[in-house]
Design a protein around this ligand. Structure first.
Ligand code: GLU
Length: 432
């Protein structure tokens, strides 16, 4: 069978209105590109990639580099040091506005140019000296899963006309947001923006954020989970500059645009999207890119606030086997154990108490256990034990390698149902 997904994506591109908008003329090299190029890439968190249109064509990443370099700064310097220099509040203003905190001069967020210059300066100032851009290039390459390079012609073209960014950098320097030479910071930042990518690369980079920082093809953990959460939060509130509220309410996913015409969007845990079309709307965002994202969000229910009801999906089965002393209740759990869905199990056990002397919790189909889910589950086990019930875990994935639940009680942990004691006759006939 041929997958219907590329056909659907091609249809999305075909049905988008002929492009309106303007090329980014303040960077002469960007004003010289073919304005009709159009590409779309969708990559799942597992790494299945679907790309259509001009997805192999290269263009400069521009502001889409900002969230990734912000992630690099958080990883290298830690949250506190970064937050001391760059805030996380939406500015509600255009990307190149002087959106600085009164008195301190701290840029409002890392997605606007002032914040991105400060973030770049932070990364560039960490040793080894003078290798900031190389480290950024290496990071972006590992996110894309291939070696990227810098379009020096675009960088030069931006630098030759970069009066505004130079003014911003000088202002930041005057507030001591960074120390060092403002011109060197602008030069480094402009080269960061000139890293050459394809739409397919951007799709992979977005998918890395969707999969909790793990590059889906190489398996490399590039960002830690707390960093991914921070980056996506800032993208959701500030990524689309003065259109951030409009974007979040209508399209509803963290996103970042760039003046060369790219947009990335991330649906956490599910997929990354990248679109490319160079003509821009008045916010400096790809006009057709916005249209594509609106269409995908509508068709595919991507809006984050349309979250699926997860609470009832973890208890797959409850059954009782055997009688008397050897009777067992079996609870088969599945999916992700978060607070809300473990709470439903607790409630079920209160409404319908366990009447057998043993309880087997089968976790073989559980994918992940979140800390609050784990705490509630273990406390539930402790209380069941106090009620005289012996609890056993089937835990081949080792979600609970050593489940000390308090009071010195440790439930038995087994690899499979086949390892249950032989006196539990009910297990005959069940898959081992
Ligand atoms: N290099 C561009 C600038 O600083 C990036 C702006 C953008 O892509 O939004 O003006």
């Amino acid at each position: 069978m041929r997958s219907p997904i590329p056909d659907y994506l091609t249809q999305v591109l075909d049905t988008c209105a002929p492009d309106s908008g303007e090329l980014a003329e303040y960077i002469p090299e960007l004003a010289a590109v073919d304005p009709d190029r159009f590409a779309l890439s969708l990559v799942t968190a597992e790494g299945d990639a679907y790309s259509v249109g001009d997805h192999q064509d290269a263009f400069t990443i521009q502001s889409i580099s900002k969230p990734f370099v912000y992630g690099l700064a958080l990883e290298t310097l830690g949250f506190e040091a970064v937050l001391d220099h760059v805030g996380v509040e939406p500015s509600g203003e255009a990307f190149s506005e002087i959106s600085l905190e009164r008195n301190t001069g701290r840029p409002l967020n890392p997605m606007i140019n002032a914040g991105a210059l400060a973030t770049h300066a932070l990364v560039a100032s960490t040793p080894p000296a003078d290798s900031g851009v190389e480290r950024i290039l290496k990071l972006l390459s590992s996110l894309a899963g291939r070696e990227l390079d810098i379009d020096e012609k675009v960088a030069r073209s931006e630098l030759d006309n970069g009066y505004r960014n130079l003014a911003l950098a000088n202002l930041l320097r005057s507030y001591d947001v960074f120390t060092g030479d403002p011109r060197a910071v602008v030069e480094g930042y402009v080269r960061q923006c000139a890293v050459r990518v394809t739409t397919a690369d951007l799709g992979m980079m977005a998918a890395t954020l969707a999969s909790g920082g793990v590059q889906p093809h190489t398996g490399e953990q590039i960002f830690s989970r707390p960093v991914v959460r921070q980056v996506l939060s800032v993208m959701a509130t500030c990524g689309m500059y003065d259109a951030a509220g409009d974007w979040l309410t209508t399209i509803g996913i963290p996103a970042k645009s760039g003046v060369s015409g790219g947009i990335i969007g991330i649906l956490p845990g599910q997929l990354g999207i990248a679109v490319f079309s160079p003509r821009l709307d008045p916010h400096g965002t790809s006009a057709r890119g916005v249209e594509v994202c609106e269409r995908l969000s509508r068709d595919m229910n991507l809006h984050l606030m349309d979250a699926p009801m997860v609470a009832h999906s973890v208890l797959r089965r409850r059954r009782e086997f055997g009688d008397g002393d050897t009777a067992v209740t079996l609870l088969v759990l599945q999916g992700d154990l978060q607070f809300t869905n473990v709470e439903t199990i607790v409630r079920d056990l209160i409404d319908e108490p366990i009447v057998t002397p043993r309880l087997v919790l089968d976790l073989a189909l559980v994918r992940s256990v979140f800390p609050a889910g784990s705490r509630v589950l273990l406390e539930m086990v402790r209380r069941l034990h106090l009620d005289g019930i012996e609890v056993m875990f089937i835990d081949p994935e080792e979600h609970f390698p050593d489940p000390e639940v308090g009071g010195g009680y440790r439930p038995v942990v087994l690899e499979s149902i086949g390892e249950l004691p032989m006196d539990l006759q009910w297990r005959r006939g069940l898959p081992g």
